[in-house]
Design a protein around this ligand. Sequence first.
Ligand code: DGY
Length: 323
Amino acid sequence: MSKPKLLITRRWPKAVEEAASEDFDVTLNEKDRPLSSEDMRNALTSYDAISPTVTDILNTKTFEVENVRCKILCNYGVGYSHIDLTSAQKLGICVTNTPDVLSDCTADIAMTLMLMAARRAGEGERELRADEWQGWRPTHMIGSKVTGKTLGIVGFGRIGQAMASRAHFGFGMKINIFSRSQVSSEILEKYNAKQFGSVETLLNESDFVSLHCPGGTSNRHLINASNLSYAKPDLILINTARGEVIDETALANALKNKVIKAAGLDVFDGEPKINPILMAAPNLVMLPHLGSATRETREAMGFRALENCKAFFNEEPPLDRVA
Ligand code: DGY
């Protein structure tokens, strides 16, 4: 029997690309450039399976194709807000993602940003490299203490909980949560956490807020000018979820007008383009979407995507089916 034709839309770590070709007739994107909408439409009619990533746009328009051959989109990544699930379902395409394997590394990057923003690490490094450091002094580059403060977490799935674990057990932080679903009392007790009913209260009662909810239309601008006005002036906001969760103009204005103290972002609305208003914002640390970027995790994501795809073609239920 011939192997299913699989398109992997961006280059993967070598070990997983090699493993992919054992079970699939693989096409790699040799130049590793994001696919256009047209490329993706052609792919839907030419491959049995596609493994897209966050850089691919699979919206309603993309799925307006005839003679679809693709039966599964085994997404390389946990977030799938770039895929219109309803359109995929209408065409009978199964969609899977890669949860679990990136929770630790994404929480690690959120901690990195939190510490960098609080302790002014980016600014400090820039000063030193510009040869402008005038030496140690008691008033130099004073930041905010992290240990023992209160962290608000938006979205309390696997990554939110990994963040709570680091912050609570590692840094003695108190944990506040905003989540649309009720978090079980067992989990709340584990982190000695309090669940709040609104983003406004969470912003008002926390020293740090870290976003760990899905992106997409339902969470677009969940953090906006209106609820930022409830934040403590010392608030430090961290986003490793999806760029669209924050209204970036509102954030830049809040930083400029000292409504909040600082922010750390790993994700951006319309990335890799960065809104110029963010480039000009003070007290902002930015990373280029590095949440899951470790060798171990990027390999594990590839293996997980392949497992889902293999299960599907073996007529078994894929572990991480989302549609
Ligand atoms: C994820 O897994 O969702 C990462 O953000 C990369 O897409």
